[in-house]
Design a protein. Structure first.
Length: 272
């Protein structure tokens, strides 16, 4: 019996990368999943984003574990559509206990534009706000407490990332969700709902490991030096490393942990 048996988890950005890993790992521990992802391209993002086929693979992986999944293609910038998806998932799966606000973009490119700033703030910051707001009523109504985990970054605790509109917006958004977390942790504590952020170093996902990102890193010495050097002798970590921390934070093992910024960063921040 898993440590999340009988729980329902709402995960954004679930089509691939960390989001898919979280869906699978939480399902392994007994949770049913409400999964959303845009599964489409945003014009200012230069690397290929997730596809409907990627999203379908997440569904297959969760169902292969004999867990239920309610999956809807939704843009986290669209609060109305996001609310409908959550409400339908709660009705189908019988409640809500866990929220993983994971959807995010990193619009870095060799040809930056001002639109990168607006898109990354809308997805990585406003999208997190939307995610928590649409989930709050069901979490509170359940009367059993709950856990919210927001995916931030080492860029949410340090001034890294570079000086382009997309890079500045990414760092600003990842800092911004820490403020959201701290406010929500206080607001929701009376309902025994815990709220924390998690701060990965570079993770081996398609958002990081792609030709566009490699070109940007190779051509920006500041980014290459400051964004990818860990203390432990690993160039990056795996999605499962983040998922294991998410399981800890959302299970009873972390029942009194709230308002915390948790690095899973191979010592990256300690070196700064």
């Amino acid at each position: 019996m898993g440590v999340l048996e009988g729980k329902v988890a709402f995960i954004t950005g679930a089509a691939r990368g960390q989001g898919r890993s979280h869906a699978i790992r939480l399902a392994q521990e007994g949770a049913d999943i409400i999964a959303v992802d845009i599964a489409a391209q945003i014009e200012s993002v230069a690397y290929p984003m997730a596809t409907p086929d990627d999203f379908a693979e997440t569904v297959r992986a969760v169902e292969a574990l004999d867990r239920r999944i309610h999956a809807v293609r939704v843009d986290v910038r669209d609060r109305t559509a996001l609310q409908k998806a959550v409400d339908a998932g709660v009705a189908e799966l019988g409640g809500l206990d866990i929220v993983i606000a994971n959807a995010g973009i990193a619009p870095l490119s060799m040809h930056p534009s001002e639109q990168e700033w607006y898109d990354v703030i809308d997805v990585n910051l406003t999208g997190v706000y939307h995610t928590i707001e649409v989930a709050k009523p069901a979490l509170v109504a359940g009367g059993k407490g709950g856990s919210i985990v927001i995916t931030s970054s080492t860029a949410g605790l340090a001034g890294i990332g570079g000086g382009t509109p997309g890079a500045l917006g990414y760092t600003a958004a990842k800092h911004g969700v820490v403020g959201l977390m701290r406010s929500y942790a206080n607001e929701l504590a009376a309902h025994s709902i815990r709220v924390n952020t998690i701060h990965p170093t570079g993770v081996n996902t398609p958002m990081v490991v792609n030709d566009v990102m490699q070109e940007v890193l190779q051509n920006d010495p500041h980014l290459k030096t400051n964004a990818t050097v860990n203390a432990l002798p690993v160039p990056m970590i795996e999605p499962e490393d983040i998922s294991n921390a998410v399981v800890f934070l959302t299970s009873d093992a972390g029942r009194y942990i709230t308002g915390v910024t948790l690095p899973v960063d191979a010592g990256f921040l300690n070196k700064r």
